[in-house]
Design a protein around this ligand. Sequence first.
Ligand code: LRH
Ligand code: MN
Length: 425
Amino acid sequence: MQLTKDQIASANGNLNDHEADFNYLANKLSRSGTDVESLVKSLADFQVAVPSWALGAGGTRFGRFSFHGEPGNLEQKMDDVGILHALTQTAGAVSLHIPWDTPQDYAAVKQIANRNGIVFDAINSNTFQDQPGSKYSYKHGSLANTDEAIRAQAVQHNQEVVRIGEKLGSKSLTIWLADGTSFPGQRSFQKALAQTEKSCQEIYTALPEDWSLLIEYKPYEPNFYSTVIMDWGTSFMLANACGDRAYTLVDLGHHLPNTNIEQIVATLMAKGKLGGFHFNDSKYGDDDLTVGSIKPYALFLIFNELVYGMRHNPENPNLAWMIDASHNIKDPLEDLIQSLEAIQEAYAKALLIDQIALSEAQLNHDVVKCQEILQEAYRTDVRPLLQRARLSRGGALSPLAAYRSLKVRENLIRERGMHTVATGL
Ligand code: LRH
Ligand code: MN
């Protein structure tokens, strides 16, 4: 299924209300010196990669409730990303996970990507599950395993994933390791870290010169006592041990409760080692919930550091913006539409922060004014700006309303049937 610009324009209907809301906001923002046109362009240019593993219903060990009309293969997943991009005009990339999404027909997959205006962002390896026919098991770890042959198998898998990514045009490899322990005494922390560092260096040195390595950290799950790459500091250390094109990837759900993630972001950008994000939200653990559904203010504060960093840390690379979510009860496409909207909203509000006034208030230790400057931006309803950015690229005034009025899910079920199951989590 594909959505045409005409279908979306008809779903948009009359734009008078949008015009009125936009003009009111644009006048208000222009009065305080905001360049509204360039802000709208920044939003329109901001593209987020959709995770290929989150286009079907997710689940937990307690159960999985199917969502009908799921994509049954990579080609259908690409079509679904195309639908998201047609509606939101901000989902112009996909992040694949191997072997869940190993292309069978590269030409067909690339043709669908081109047709939908989608590029291939970071590609993900998987050494947290055993593959049918694989010689060794990753039950006791992969890149950190005590057994050299198992580490070699895991390094080889990562190199194979890079070769797949090269054929598609990806330029970065994301490594997330489940490696760790569930009981004290189960492993030597130092040996596990040393072996992980050596394995990452082997993968890094085999990377094509124009590729980067993104090292994702996580404090726990599926191991519940220790994880080798447990926090930003360990990932940062490993990235430095690898080289200039190795960076830390921040998954918002991979932090212990009340962690100050915006400070981690500022620290990594200051050191030029922030490589990218997995956006989601969480209340307790790695809940992989809709972005901005639990802690929207925290997301805003993170984007404040990102906007500052993008202006003051030229040594930091262009960031890989990706979503990493799991949809246990919502329609996956509606959930992703909400996440894309929340990311755009946080970015727009952060762009409204008067950074000069903020620096001055910080210098004067005017703590109250610092908060007022942040919250003035946060309290601004920026949705007319997001709408304008989408409309400027032929997108939907309200992607969710258009998704429903165009009966996309019903059409997908008619095309694919009730029982297709998407690969992934
Ligand atoms: C681990 C993780 C990682 C992916 C997986 C699907 O929790 O965030 O990014 O490989 O989810
Ligand atoms: Mn992740």
